[in-house]
Design a protein around this ligand. Sequence first.
Ligand code: PLP
Length: 473
Amino acid sequence: MTPEEFRVAGHALIDWIADHRARVPELPVAAQVRPGEVRAALPSTAPESPEDFAAVLADLDRVVVPGVTQTQHPGFYGWFPSNASLASVLGDIASGGVGALGITWQSAPALTEVEQVVTDWLRDLCGLSPEWKGAIQDTASTACLVAMLAARERASGGSEHRGGLQALDAPLIAYTSPHAHSSVPKAVLLAGYGADNLRYVDVDPVTYAMDPEALRRAMAADVAAGRVPAVVVAAVGTTGTTAMDPVRAIVDVAREHGAWVHVDAAMAGSAMLLPEMRHLFDGADDADSISWNPHKWMGTVLDTSLLYVRDVDHLVSVMSTTPSYLRAGTDDEVVQYKDWGIPLGRRFRALKLWFHLRLDGVEAIRERLRRDLENARWLAEQVEAERGWRVLAPVSLQTVCLVHEPEGLTGDALDAHTLAWMDAANATGRVFLGASQLDGRWMVRVSVGAEATERADVEELWALLREVVATTR
Ligand code: PLP
């Protein structure tokens, strides 16, 4: 494709994106395909000769759009907000267009330095102190794995040693909440701690936040048995209920044993942009690493996960490689992001954040987050005030966990009712909700925060929920 051909196709693509976004509210929210349907709609071999761009665009409408859950829809309340602000979409296109090779500072100095600038901007916007340095990872799962590796090396004798799993005879122990995201146990396993060395610390039965005294007891028991407390992952905004583990108390306990504290704020971290919500993150500034995903609630299109660490030298000494073919004369003067994580090559993801922040502006982003917090509070109030409905967990941010309990219905029958009314609501195509288990029973999670969701949409949701429970009994 020549630049001139690209110009024509590119204009058509931008028109397609703009038209698509304008009509998202008219589409059913859930993906409309059966397993295998998308594959079956496509040829089994690649084209030998070029096709018309119009045919490719037509297939976006015919095959791709029905095969996508419309997370940009005002009725999307599933999993977590997965906003893809159009400003950041432009940054994504620019990132591909620049065509930079991000392997070292020398291969694309702008890629490194724009990333330094935007991660510093976001650190300051979140009220974290300047000692924190950040890099963009693909996801919070990767960020957690990087933190687990850094913690492992610190606990096993210091980074210069690079002793890895074999460095100590005593097992290294990791601690987290039973409500932590599944990426936490995965990272713990991948970093080699072993499933038997992961402790799920008790949580408060009402708030579902980690009990720091239980953490203290668990660590003391491990030390008494000759094991080494190495790392705690504080779930700040758990996936199920958005419970906020008390970071300050966790840091205090962890410090007694020199354990690393990683704060997983993948979804909730966007709330740090709001000064009035920062009390929920109290103590995070004293942790060792923090990750959060602008690609969730804040709305920079996937994949832009931030990982901040306090001790960059330690991270670099764990992750660095110095092959001769990457050597350059400026190596001593520059940041080499290849040494801050796992991959060598990196995309110019910083452009997505840069475009998003510059084109939308921070104040508009903050206002949207505040709107979502108020909408979630409003919904929770309606649910609490309505007979037969219950909010199951504190609404610390924008997630409302609820259940409808008709008189006399308990146990498995209540679970069946919960899943049935949620499925019925989703089948209307007007909303998309998710279910999850809490204390062994099913509940429905309403995760408010799609960029397009206004109060009127939440009011419509609440009316719909009352309708569907009446018809699914
Ligand atoms: N941590 C928490 C608290 C989450 O809610 C999620 C996603 O739902 C993740 C981690 C994983 O995020 P990612 O998809 O960026 O790996």
